[in-house]
Design a protein around this ligand. Structure first.
Ligand SMILES: NC(=O)c1ccc[n+]([C@@H]2O[C@H](COP(=O)([O-])OP(=O)(O)OC[C@H]3O[C@@H](n4cnc5c(N)ncnc54)[C@H](OP(=O)(O)O)[C@@H]3O)[C@@H](O)[C@H]2O)c1
Length: 222
């Protein structure tokens, strides 16, 4: 088991590297049987696309390990810039010539909590009306990813979502309850194709609600 990070190594198995330059990547993948690719930079999408090309190149030179890529439910249906980059990265994986598996997942509980924390800084909180999320526990995702990485390359596998699809307002209220805060909530209908996609539920996968941990379980645990 090895980890590639941009940070200085903290011990055996921790390799320093950077997908934006390719530095250190070849060393990290040398002799690997499988590579779980969950590196991303939502602010610099080219790191995802070009960085994945660099990873693929290094992996091919290293004998062609199984490449497992973590993507997001709805990247093909919601025209959000970061999602377009994830979709383009999926293509890089599919056309890599490596044995591959792609798992699309819904939003992690951590992301919803982080956004709720930012919104809760204001006494009056605008929340997108009609938008739902199906947040999932990252540990459950990790367990599935490990199972996939140790199995036979499977292409695009069934998506994975959390146990329930809930409105942004419900999730925000759960966050307020768990953190003992009171805020005025103002549901607003946001314009544009991106929010239309979210309102249409393109980010949800109710038929693959494999996660068991609810957003409240997660908040209580924290
Ligand atoms: N968060 C969500 O709600 C969600 C939902 C569905 C799918 N996903 C997908 O799941 C994966 C993981 O998401 P996450 O939210 O856990 O991401 P994250 O917390 O932002 O972690 C991504 C990691 O990528 C590494 N990274 C960034 N730029 C890099 C570079 N140039 N070279 C090497 N490593 C780099 C960073 O590791 P170091 O700082 O150690 O270098 C960073 O910790 C992503 O593919 C994401 O799209 C996320």
């Amino acid at each position: 088991m090895r980890v590639l990070t941009r940070r200085p190594s903290t011990g055996p198995g921790v390799y320093t590297g950077d997908l934006s330059t390719g530095a250190g990547v070849a060393k990290a993948v040398a002799g690997a049987g499988a590579v779980i690719h969950c590196a991303t930079d939502p602010r610099r999408w080219q790191v995802d696309i070009d960085g994945t090309r660099r990873l693929v190149e290094a992996a091919r030179a290293a004998g062609g390990p199984h490449l497992v890529y973590v993507s997001i439910v709805g990247v093909d249906r919601i025209p959000y810039g970061y999602y377009r980059a994830k979709l383009a990265t999926e293509r890089v994986v599919e056309e890599s010539g490596l044995p591959w598996t792609i798992l699309r997942v819904t939003q992690f509980h951590d992301l919803i909590r982080m956004v709720a924390g930012v919104l809760a800084k204001s006494p009056l909180v605008p929340v997108p009306a009609g938008v739902r999320f199906q947040p999932v526990d990252v540990h459950e995702v990790a367990a599935r990813v490990i199972k996939l990485a140790t199995g036979t390359p499977a292409g695009r596998v069934d998506d994975m979502g959390g146990p329930h699809a809930r409105t942004a307002e419900e999730l925000f209220r759960a966050y307020l309850r768990a953190t003992g805060r009171r805020r005025l909530i103002l549901p607003i209908s946001l314009p544009g194709k991106v929010f239309r996609g979210f309102r249409a539920g393109a980010n949800l996968t109710p038929e693959h609600a494999y996660g068991r941990v609810t957003f409240e379980d997660y908040l209580n645990h924290r």
